[in-house]
Design a binder for this molecule. Structure first.
Ligand code: AMP
Length: 415
């Protein structure tokens, strides 16, 4: 028997109300903040991510689904959305539009990760990007938007964690200080950190291994080594957030999994959970567009995982609106009645009444049992007599009461 590939899941009808709820809330918040929807291909030139996200990152080195198509092109299932949005910004000349260009997307992302609760190989991503403006007020607006999104969903147990990781100008010096701090400890750190030390020292701070914690905690902090511009930018972001009354915590160890981030980085973390289970995260990427071949255009964005949000909603027992199923079941007895039933079902559907039509030649009892199992509140029964007299029997499934009415009256009643 085939099963869904490891780390993927079917979203069954009973889970659909959660997905629709989150998607609708996402669209609502994006509209409030002036973001327009963009739909992006599910696969891109692999080079876009290698270049954009960065070669030394876990996502590129270990997690990307890369394949060669029949034309010999190296393609990758998208592991995230920012690089694709930036590619689209450049491809469609969006620098000619009023800046910042604000776009959001909803769709799957693919990462070859070790599956566990809240971590899948295909997950639903909702993200937004504002490209073309470096104003710290925009950073605060994006963080405010993330905050309002989670509050609007009805979630209460989360916090915003914030850091600034500097820019091209101040980061090299900070990285050498970080390496200096780690170099006497290279033998003590975990195997991953030994590699990070060589390839991606900023990620040393993100390590979860117990043996690396004291070393990471004692490491120099990027916020203490920002250039004057970055320091001012970060202090402005925090000032705006405070004036908007968005609660946040500084975390000097917050770095993110992609190389493109500059200055502000943030995460939405569930209360009591670490960054491993972040509900969402984002930050500024002021050189990504340039790295992808465009004219300089700073950007900022954030992304959240749909499954993690839904797990959070279920954990906090947030009620979500359910989808009403069909209100009417049509049962029939005999061939002639079957034909009349099909016609009636069609007429009702054309008049916007959702109907489940019985099929086959089962007993009335079996048909009523099916209607009951489907939780349909009312059943229309058509037999030979009803066909002759142009009537139907309308049965209330809660009270089991039934009455005979002309077909015309049924249509009126359902209007
Ligand atoms: P990232 O692009 O890594 O910052 O991820 C943004 C958000 O997507 C995270 O905060 C998670 O909510 C979600 N996410 C990332 N990776 C996964 C995954 N493998 N499974 C489920 N959700 C994920």
């Amino acid at each position: 028997m085939y099963r869904a590939p490891r780390g993927t899941q079917d979203i069954l009808p009973q889970e659909q109300p959660y997905w629709r709820y989150v998607e609708e809330k996402a669209a609502e918040i994006c509209c409030l903040y002036g973001y327009e929807r963009i739909d992006l291909p599910m696969f891109e030139d692999a080079g876009l991510f290698t270049r954009g996200v960065g070669e030394g990152t876990d996502i590129i080195e270990k997690e990307m689904y890369v394949f060669e198509d029949r034309g010999g092109n190296s393609l990758a299932l998208r592991p995230e959305g920012t690089a694709s949005v930036c590619r689209a910004y450049l491809e469609h000349g969006m620098h000619n539009r009023p800046q910042p260009v604000k776009l959001y997307y909803i769709g799957p992302a693919f990462r070859y990760e070790r599956p566990q609760a809240g971590r899948y190989r295909q997950h639903g991503h909702f993200g937004c990007e504002a490209i073309g403006d470096a104003d710290p007020a925009l950073d605060a607006e994006v963080i405010d938007m993330a905050w309002q999104f989670f509050v609007g969903l009805g979630l209460g147990l989360f916090t915003i964690v914030l850091n600034s990781i500097g820019c091209k100008k101040c980061r090299p010096e900070y990285l050498s200080l970080l390496k200096e701090h780690y170099s006497p400890h290279v033998d003590e750190v975990c195997a991953d950190c030994k590699v990070r030390f060589q390839k991606n020292p900023l990620r040393l701070l993100d390590c979860k291994s117990p043996q690396c914690q004291p070393i990471a905690d004692a490491a120099p902090k990027s916020i203490d080594h920002l250039c004057a511009d970055c320091a001012e930018h970060y202090s402005d972001v925090k000032r705006y957030l405070s004036s908007l009354e968005i609660p946040f915590t500084d975390n000097p160890r917050l770095v993110r999994g992609f190389d493109y981030y500059t200055r502000t980085v943030f995460e939405v973390q569930p209360a009591g959970g670490g960054s491993q289970s972040a509900l969402g995260g984002g930050g500024r990427y002021d050189v990504l567009i340039e790295e992808l071949g465009g004219k300089p255009a700073p950007g900022i964005g954030f992304a959240t995982g749909m499954e993690r949000i839904i797990l959070g909603l279920q954990k906090e027992t947030v009620p979500v609106p359910s989808t009403p199923g069909p209100q009417l079941f049509i049962a029939y007895l005999g061939e002639e009645a079957g034909e009349a039933a099909i016609k009636l079902a069609t007429t009702l559907r054309r008049n916007s009444t959702a109907v489940i039509m019985s099929t086959g030649s089962r007993s009335l009892k079996a048909q009523l049992r099916q209607a009951n199992n489907l939780s349909v509140p009312r059943v229309v029964i058509i037999g030979e007599d009803e066909v002759k007299t142009g009537t139907v029997v309308l049965r209330d499934m809660t009270t089991s009461q039934q009455e005979s009415i002309p077909v015309g009256k049924l249509l009126e009643l359902l209007q």
